[in-house]
Design a protein around this ligand. Structure first.
Ligand code: GDP
Ligand code: MN
Length: 385
């Protein structure tokens, strides 16, 4: 689950990292008033679950309350398209109005899970700011990392070493090390999968301030974080993905047009490969899970059918805990609910497979049965692009 910048900054402040004074607003009038309160100048920042806002016009410096009002009017109620969003962008429903900072230096620090290392890594760069992705791509030698042993935790020599690589003098290195320590505490105590401060600035007065904040929380930990669960903003999420997550269905929306219904994550991955091998891009990853009943299958198929990209459906079910007849009933139920005629390619094996196939064969739907993944791929091709 992603948090908004202002939510991340609230957490930073609670833990003792300095953030600029700021107010979250939802109207141009409030933006104007907040700017006035800050002495007539401010930075106005679109609150969206996407990075790259600065380059996309989602972060604007304003020098008067009138300018603040106009800027807010232009941002609110629109979608912001950044290089991290799809072509539709994400809706701007609130703005963070902040006191202007006098920037001397922009640093990058972050924490994420590194799969190669098998644990958390602390990342830092002296070249923070909007070009960090270019720095990482063109001059990776400016990106420094410290791998954190989970049992030992982040050691002070590691934060010292990293701060030194950020090119800071002793005082600033000490203060930045402290920010890193706090960040690691936030990361572990809240089950984060990512935290970034980009930029962490050194002001002309010598203060160290988190000017931006990004926190992602591991979804599977949300059951034990009541406070964080409340911070969810569904407006920022893919509609179908949000619906699926409510139903406890693992679903990821993709670009292609083959809707995929599968039980089991490994089988779902294999199914995406089959669709791709057939030269037909999958519209989604979907794992309906082992314990689904016909209603849950129907809801899953309903999600697939409500995706306008989908022009054929590939079902790959291995009947174990989820029996084939239940899957078949769920599919028929979903199709009848929306009166869909989108053709199906079905590979079914396992418990009650004959009954499952019979239900589908007698359903009046366009169903092609496949016994193997290769046959399924061929059948998917038949339905064209
Ligand atoms: P992002 O583009 O989504 O990462 O948004 P950021 O919050 O990082 O803002 C982008 C850039 O705007 C920063 O790297 C800064 O250079 C600039 N910026 C943000 N706030 C201020 C501010 O208070 N004063 C000044 N001078 N620049 C700011
Ligand atoms: Mn940023």
């Amino acid at each position: 689950m992603k948090l908004h910048e202002f939510q991340a900054k609230n957490i930073f402040a609670e833990y003792g990292i300095t953030v600029p004074r700021g107010v979250v607003v939802k109207t141009p009038e409030e933006a104007s008033k907040a700017t006035q309160d800050f002495g007539g100048s401010a930075v106005i920042k679109a609150q969206v679950h996407a990075g790259g806002r600065g380059k996309a016009g989602g972060v604007q410096l304003v020098r008067s309350s009138e300018e603040a009002k106009e800027t807010a009017l232009n941002l609110l109620g629109r979608n912001l398209v950044t290089h991290q969003t799809d072509g539709d962008g994400v809706p701007v429903n609130s703005l963070l109005v902040e006191e202007l900072a006098d920037i001397d230096k922009e640093l990058y620090i972050g924490l994420t899970i590194d799969r190669d290392f098998g644990g958390t890594v602390l990342i830092g760069s002296p070249y923070g700011g909007m070009e960090i992705e270019e720095v990482a791509a063109d001059s990776p030698e400016h990106i420094h990392t410290e791998s954190i042993e989970p049992v030992i935790g982040l050691m002070s020599y590691q934060t010292r070493r990293l701060s030194t690589k950020l090119g800071l003098d002793q005082d600033k290195a000490r203060a930045t090390s402290k920010v890193m320590d706090i960040l690691y505490r936030i990361f572990t105590e809240n089950d984060c999968s990512l935290i970034e401060i980009n930029p962490l600035i050194i002001t002309q007065q010598g203060d160290i301030v988190a000017l931006d904040g990004k926190i992602d929380i591991e979804d599977d930990s949300l059951f034990r974080h009541d406070d964080i669960r409340k911070l969810r903003d569904r407006d920022q999420e893919d509609k179908l993905e949000a619906e699926a997550s409510d139903l406890d269905i693992a679903y990821v929306n993709l670009d292609g047009n083959v809707g995929c219904l599968v039980n089991g994550a490994g089988l779902a991955m294999a199914t995406l490969d089959v669709a791709n091998a057939a030269g037909a891009a999958p519209a989604n990853f979907l794992d309906v899970g082992g314990g689904a009943d016909d209603e849950k299958v129907a809801k899953a198929v309903g999600i697939i059918l409500s995706d306008p990209k989908v022009n054929r459906v590939l079902v790959n079910v291995f009947g174990g805990i989820l029996r084939c007849d239940i899957a078949a009933r769920g599919i028929v139920l979903a199709y009848s609910r929306v009166d869909s005629h989108i053709p199906l390619v079905v590979r079914m094996l396992g418990t009650n497979v004959d009954e499952g196939k019979e239900i589908l064969a007698n359903s009046g739907l366009t169903v092609t049965f496949a016994n193997t993944l290769t046959e399924a791929a061929e059948a998917i091709q038949q339905f064209g692009q």
